[in-house]
Design a binder for this molecule. Structure first.
Ligand code: PLP
Length: 279
């Protein structure tokens, strides 16, 4: 089964899908992206992802060259041609290629890329035992709500986590936990699920929204409020949410054991609910 590449309205062999060295995504990170996963060949929360893509593009005054219906059709076609039951659909829109100048170029067409690759299921054993994390300074800009290509601070944090031998970097700004480098962070404190509020300091995860709704259905109390690092360490449970990690328990942060040192009952219940949704 092939990995699939798409560029500016055409499906192409992988090696032929190339863009200009003057593309503003390459030179300035001037663009936005989305990552959508499939379960059993069906895209998960497609409309929510396309809504966020529209919103991100809008916030950066990026043109949106294709209609929603056109996107749905191409994504479906790409998924079918790739044939992977579990796949990762990556979409990227940049402002296009133009001689290098910071201000927006005139008369330029956006560059639209989509790739579809296999996404192996997250290892069940790792999900059962939970993962570790370390905190990192949140060095990102003031519009983290936009899913922009500018991921340098996330890249550096992820590398710091990798070098420390932990799974995720939990970002901390002014003493408050914002989110993970590639995920949202939630904690359970005395039966209440706490997570950072939507706004410019976090990317509002599609999975975050789904999981908060599942938690509500479980009868749990929710609090969308920033947590101090101390309260994260003291939480009964900590877990990550995201398209690739789904619901993933964190058992140690900065070497400190969270709760009982294994994914707690709320994490496990929400992870099971997610699995059921995906089924
Ligand atoms: N926060 C950041 C910084 C991310 O990069 C991601 C996912 O890539 C998320 C949160 C989770 O978002 P979603 O659930 O939409 O995948």
């Amino acid at each position: 089964m092939p990995d699939i590449a798409f560029l500016n309205g055409r499906f192409l062999p992988w090696g032929e899908a190339t863009v200009s060295i003057e593309d503003r995504g390459f030179q300035f990170g001037d663009g936005v992206y989305e990552v959508i996963r499939t379960y059993h060949g069906r895209p998960f929360e497609l409309e929510a992802h396309l809504n966020r893509l529209d919103r991100s593009a809008n916030e950066l005054s990026l043109p949106r060259p294709y209609s929603r219906a056109q996107w749905r059709e191409w994504i479906q076609r790409g998924i079918e041609e790739a044939g992977f039951p579990e796949a990762k659909v990556y979409i990227q829109i940049t402002r296009g290629a133009a001689p290098r100048d910071h201000a927006f170029p005139v008369d330029v067409s956006p560059t639209v890329v989509m790739t579809i690759r296999e996404l192996p299921p997250f290892p069940a054993q790792t999900r059962a035992t939970g993962v570790t994390a370390k905190t990192c300074d949140d060095l990102r800009w003031a519009r983290c709500d936009i899913k922009s290509l500018n991921l340098l601070a996330n890249v550096l944090a992820r590398e710091e986590a990798k070098r420390a031998g932990v799974f995720e970097a939990i970002l901390v700004k002014d003493g408050l936990v914002t989110e993970g480098a590639v995920s949202n962070v939630m904690a359970v404190q005395a039966g209440t699920v706490v997570t950072a509020p939507e706004g410019p300091r976090i990317l509002s995860g599609v999975t975050r929204t789904v999981v908060l709704e599942l938690a509500r259905k479980e009868g749990l109390t929710l609090r969308e409020q920033f947590m101090s690092l101390e309260s994260l360490y003291a939480a009964d449970e900590v877990f990550l949410t995201g398209t690739t990690v789904e619901v993933l328990g964190v058992i140690r942060v900065d070497g400190r054991t969270i709760g009982a040192g294994s994914p707690g009952p709320v994490t496990r219940a929400l992870a099971a609910r997610m699995t059921a949704l995906a089924g």
